[in-house]
Design a binder for this molecule. Structure first.
Ligand code: GLN
Length: 223
């Protein structure tokens, strides 16, 4: 069996677990909540949920999980949603006052709450490359979502594959931090890692969870 962990320190971890349990009947998946280094050690892959990135980082530090998580990211598949995407990014342009720790692993810079406080939350139908029934839009739920402000050069890492952007039709109503039209990436892959700035676990649509299991987890375990 493949064991997928959900980092369960704070945020929307129960929702991720429910989505995975929904698809796990088809395969041989075990899904566990991770709060300790021992639990992390059992996992073949990990999901870091949305919530508050600085709180998750602080709780991970207090649980002795920061260094084990950094090591985990170096060899195993990890998916970060929203706050989780911030934790997986290499840099954050506006860290919480007093600083916040990151895990890194994905060659991007993110900006927290980057879509502006006046539009903290919105939904957008997304086209996502590689998803099952890719012609059916995936409803992106953005809650104080980060913006991926920069894709960083990473000659020694797998290439970044952008799999979804905010649709053009929404852009007149949404402004990125720099008003930069290239800052519209909302989902990407880099090797076995997946980043989404929105919350697929809050929809009834489990295609993203299937995608992570098949394209990132199973692919990373193949000999
Ligand atoms: N704004 C949050 C952060 O900075 C992320 C919000 C979310 O995960 N929905 O971590």
């Amino acid at each position: 069996d493949i064991i997928i962990g959900i980092l369960a320190l704070q945020g929307a971890f129960a929702e991720h677990q429910a989505m995975l349990q929904h698809i796990s009947r088809k395969g041989h998946l075990e899904v566990i909540q991770v709060r300790t280094p021992e639990e992390l050690k059992r996992c073949d892959a990990l999901i870091i949920p949305g919530g508050e990135s600085s709180t998750i980082a602080l709780l991970a530090r207090l649980s002795g999980l920061i260094e084990p998580l950094r090591e985990f990211v170096k060899t195993k598949a990890v998916w970060g949603t929203c706050a989780g995407a911030i934790l997986l990014s290499q840099a954050v342009s506006n860290p919480k006052k007093g600083g916040q720790e990151l895990l890194g692993g994905v060659s991007v810079t993110t900006t927290r709450n980057g879509w502006g406080s006046q539009v903290e939350s919105f939904e957008a139908p997304l086209e996502v490359r590689g998803l099952r029934d890719a012609d059916v839009p995936f409803m992106g739920i953005f809650i104080r979502a980060p913006v991926i402000t920069e894709l960083l050069p990473a000659p020694h890492e797998p290439p970044i594959e952008v799999i979804s952007r905010i649709p053009d039709s929404l852009l007149p109503h949404r402004t990125t931090p720099d008003g930069d039209p290239t800052q519209t990436v909302v989902a990407l892959r880099q090797g076995r890692h997946l980043l989404t700035t929105f919350h697929p676990e809050l929809t009834g649509d489990n295609r993203f969870h299937e995608y992570f299991v098949q394209e990132c987890v199973v692919a990373s375990l193949a000999p």
